[in-house]
Design a protein around this ligand. Structure first.
Ligand code: GP9
Ligand code: MN
Length: 399
């Protein structure tokens, strides 16, 4: 009923804390967001035989704000769940993909908010437009255009696995990007670093990791390829002049290596075995935010994908006080350091809670459950409220 809706929307965090120095610093600039397929944070600065797996991302960590305590919060909807989190600052659902189950709900997504502020918006992705029901959901969320597979020259040579390889994808996207009306919000979704992590031999720029697990072994080679694709893209952005007029964001969409590969991952991380605490830590994905005119720095703020919407809108000088959202501005001193994963595990500045056990950072010793108790209810409530908003299509009562 209407009453329930109001009650929930009232209770929902409408957090408006922000950093006074960065608020509005990129007003009127373009926003470019790159979703890196299956990229986990552990690959940063990782080396195989003295060779960096992510030479470009390692450089980016020095020339942008790099968040090294940032988590994916996706469920079964994988990439689409991360897109949903970023654009809505709502959690995806406990089962299924919200893109498929609730594509026609009323949302107040980033493209709509940005449209009201004079922005044009588009998504670029080298796969079929109906995968994850994207063509339908993007219309609901207010995107002006979707450059899907049909906009690209796709051949046998330039595809692998799910579709167009990342290097030709970015290359062929540039002319479209340059032609967009400005200011724009452009989102890019990469594809090559996707299970089962296949790459053509002449593009294998690092050796597979020497371990008796093909998936983990090959993973490093496709991460290395995607890193190169991103370097090319940044070079093209600089050449085109767009770089200095855009906030550029890069983040990992979700894990690439599941818990089933824990033996190989223990070897990769140089540990005798992996604990539940380690498994939660492995849900970290990298986040980079480049703000024009700012060199940035490394930040160990605990956060998740749900935080991106308020963070990015604030950089563009757009307030979020009338927006129902669960995240909070990562640059704010008052940022909420409680990051809830979709399975109910959570991370704070001091603790990780998973499997009904409370672990203390940074070494993961189990501690008295009472240490985590103040957050347990809050974490449950957070997920529950978001679910009720989606199941009941409650945002329609806001308008
Ligand atoms: C498909 C791509 C991969 O278009 O986004 O999807 P995933 O399997 O990672 O959700
Ligand atoms: Mn994905």
């Amino acid at each position: 009923s209407n009453l329930d809706a109001e009650e929930i929307l009232q209770k929902t965090k409408k957090d408006t804390t922000h950093d006074p120095e960065l608020y509005g610093i990129a007003k009127g600039k373009n926003l470019i967001v790159v979703s890196l397929e299956s990229t986990q944070n552990f690959v940063l600065n990782y080396k195989i035989n003295e060779k960096e797996v992510t030479p470009f991302l390692n450089e980016l960590a020095d020339s942008s704000y790099y968040f090294n305590n940032f988590y994916h919060q996706t469920g079964q909807g994988k990439t689409s769940d991360s897109e949903f989190l970023v654009d809505n600052s709502l959690y995806p659902l406990p089962r299924g993909a919200v893109f498929q189950t609730h594509p026609l709900n009323e949302y107040n997504a980033m493209p709509e908010i940005l449209k009201a502020n004079g922005y044009y918006s588009a998504v670029f992705h080298g796969n079929n437009k109906s995968f994850w029901n994207r063509d339908v959901v993007y219309k609901t969320m207010g995107y002006n255009h979707f450059f899907s597979e049909e906009y690209y020259k796709v051949t046998d040579e330039n595809t692998i696995n799910y579709g167009l390889k990342d290097i030709p994808f970015f290359e062929q996207s540039m002319p479209y990007l340059k032609d967009l009306p400005q200011p724009f919000y452009a989102r890019f979704i990469t594809l090559t670093n996707h299970h089962p992590y296949l790459i053509h031999e002449d593009e294998q720029w690092i050796e597979p990791y020497p371990v008796d697990d093909g998936t983990v072994s090959r993973y490093f080679t496709t991460v290395r390829y995607a890193d190169e694709a991103l370097r090319n893209f940044f070079n093209d952005l600089k050449k085109s002049g767009l770089y200095k007029n855009s906030v550029v964001v890069v983040y990992g969409d979700h894990y690439g290596i599941s818990e089933r590969h824990q033996d190989a991952m223990a070897q990769v991380l140089g540990k005798p075995n992996l604990t539940a605490y380690n498994q939660v830590e492995l849900q970290q994905v990298p986040l980079f935010i480049h703000v024009p005119g700012k060199r940035g720095k490394q930040l160990d703020t605990v956060g998740g994908q749900v935080d991106l919407k308020p963070t990015l809108l604030h950089l563009l000088g757009i307030d979020t006080k009338n927006d129902v959202h669960f995240g909070s501005d990562l640059f704010s001193e008052d940022h909420h350091e409680l990051t809830v994963l979709r399975n109910g595990s959570f991370v704070t500045d001091k603790f990780i809670y998973t499997n009904e056990t409370c672990y203390v950072k940074p070494f993961g010793a189990p501690v008295d459950i009472r240490k985590c108790e103040p957050y347990i209810e809050k974490a449950k409530e957070e997920l529950d409220q978001s679910d009720r908003i989606i199941y009941g299509d409650l945002l329609r009562f806001l308008k």
